[in-house]
Design a binder for this molecule. Structure first.
Ligand SMILES: Nc1ncnc2c1ncn2[C@@H]1O[C@H](COP(=O)(O)OP(=O)(O)OP(=O)(O)O)[C@@H](O)[C@H]1O
Length: 194
């Protein structure tokens, strides 16, 4: 198995509180891992550690490939029409226009291409954030509550997108309150590390 992401003996301190410690995980090509646990268990913190946005208080984080991240902020320019906002990130990620078109199709966003991001609904913004992740072509997806605000049809597209990514050799680290119906999903109960 080719490991794309590895955490060894990681501890996380937020403010002056130890959120978790002694946490290790490895994520290989085609694998998905669900971080579950109650509010405050540290699911979002672990996603941010994996992304390199937080420094571990102990242990090591190793990323062997590019990452794409969804968290509470969609990171799309709210002033731009959706297509242009996604094209901006495509240039940053050095991917081509067809990748953006395919990602928009995957998340059923084609009809919203000219709509400013600021006018999208909550669920549409989540779909747009997911399209950005898909279009990035990054092998490691770090998804923090990606289904929040999505209706059933959007969730089904999210699950299909994750399956396609894994089939193409990608890996997914998912923080979520529920399993989303993803098959062959490993899990870590973050409550066990508090
Ligand atoms: N910027 C911050 N400064 C200080 N403490 C923080 C910060 N962000 C989060 N925390 C604390 O870290 C702990 C873990 O928070 P985190 O958001 O990682 O949990 P979570 O499992 O994702 O929770 P939820 O299910 O509510 O989204 C909480 O006690 C939270 O109050």
């Amino acid at each position: 198995m080719t490991e794309l992401l590895r955490l060894d003996g990681v501890a996380c301190i937020r403010g002056d509180r130890l959120v978790f410690e002694g946490l290790s995980l490895a994520l290989g090509r085609g694998e998905a891992l669900w971080l579950r646990g109650p509010n405050g268990a540290g699911k979002s913190s672990l996603i941010r550690l994996a992304a390199g946005l937080l420094r571990p208080a102990a242990g090591t984080v190793t990323r062997r490939e590019r990452i794409a991240l969804i968290d509470e902020a969609a990171a799309l320019d709210t002033e731009l029409p959706l297509r242009k906002a996604l094209d901006f990130w495509a240039r940053v990620d050095t991917v081509d226009g067809p990748a953006v078109t395919r990602a928009m199709d995957d998340m059923a966003l084609a009809s919203l291409a000219e709509v400013p991001v600021s006018m999208l609904s909550t669920g549409q913004r989540k779909r747009a954030a997911m399209a950005r992740v898909i279009a990035s072509c990054a092998p490691i997806w770090l998804l923090d509550e990606p289904a929040n605000g999505m209706d059933d049809a959007a969730q089904a597209r999210l699950v299909a997108g994750i399956a396609k990514h894994r089939a193409n050799g990608g890996a997914v680290l998912l923080a979520s309150h529920f399993a989303l119906g993803i098959s062959d999903l490993a899990e870590i109960d973050m409550g066990a590390f508090v």
